[in-house]
Design a protein around this ligand. Structure first.
Ligand SMILES: [Zn+2]
Ligand SMILES: [Zn+2]
Length: 235
């Protein structure tokens, strides 16, 4: 980021240009008309458990075959090309998008009136040091302000990196992922929590994090993400 842009950003913390293609916008929208079409809201038919977009309003085959560990998952956007670009921009150099994303998350989470606190999918200290921030933490923090719920910062930690697991089989990968997270029993016991992350793809991270939280006594878990992949219709 150059100095001029840094100054501009401090005066105008949010762009007056399209978040995706950068052209100037004059109607106050966040996206130009063409890019707006690439952002797909998850407002249609979704699986009642994993929250992914589906064609019919019933449990998807994945959830039927193996019930997820969380009680319910919700996501605001379909992980389309537009959402992919937007999440990437957020992680790269536009942390201010947390405000927009938190509003989207809030729309999905307002129904969880029994939630008592908010936590988030953690990164290892090393990974966070590389990026400078944990995007899930930024989202959870904003959501906790909007929902007026406490943010449980150290409730779950990631104690081991998972980057080098490409060569492992799916089962080994899931096993490997499970041992990466450590939750604090005193912080989560008997609590109904909203767990925040940026994206849900296979659901393996959601299961690993929620599995550890439940193991440590969490009562009920809602897993909320900005975007999730559309259900493919196949197991
Ligand atoms: Zn655009
Ligand atoms: Zn499902």
């Amino acid at each position: 980021m150059n100095v001029f842009k840094a100054i501009l950003d401090s005066i105008f913390p949010e762009n007056f240009t399209c978040e995706l293609c950068g052209i100037e916008i004059f109607d106050g929208d966040r996206f130009c008309k063409d890019c707006r079409k690439t952002i797909i809201f998850n407002d249609g038919v979704t699986c009642p458990v994993c929250g992914r977009m589906t064609d019919v309003a019933e449990l998807c085959l994945d959830c039927k075959a193996l019930a997820p560990i969380y009680d319910r998952a919700v996501s605001a956007l379909e992980y389309s090309d537009g959402a992919k670009k937007l999440v990437l921009a957020f992680k790269d150099d536009r942390p201010y998008l947390k405000n927009y994303f938190a509003q989207l998350l809030y729309k999905k989470c307002a129904q969880f009136t029994d939630a008592e606190a908010i936590c988030f999918v953690p990164m290892t200290a090393k990974a966070q040091g590389r990026r400078g921030f944990n995007q899930a933490y930024l989202l959870a923090k904003e959501l906790s302000k909007i929902m007026k719920l406490p943010l449980l910062k150290g409730a779950i930690r990631k104690v081991k990196d998972t980057a080098q697991q490409k060569s492992l089989s799916r089962t080994d990968r899931e096993q490997n992922l499970k041992s990466c997270f450590k939750a604090d029993r005193a912080a989560v016991r008997d609590k109904t929590l909203i767990v925040v992350d940026d994206v849900m793809t296979t659901g393996a991270t959601a299961d690993a994090v929620c599995g550890e939280l439940k193991k440590r006594g969490a009562k009920k878990l809602y897993f909320a993400t900005v975007a999730s992949v559309r259900y493919s219709g196949e197991l």
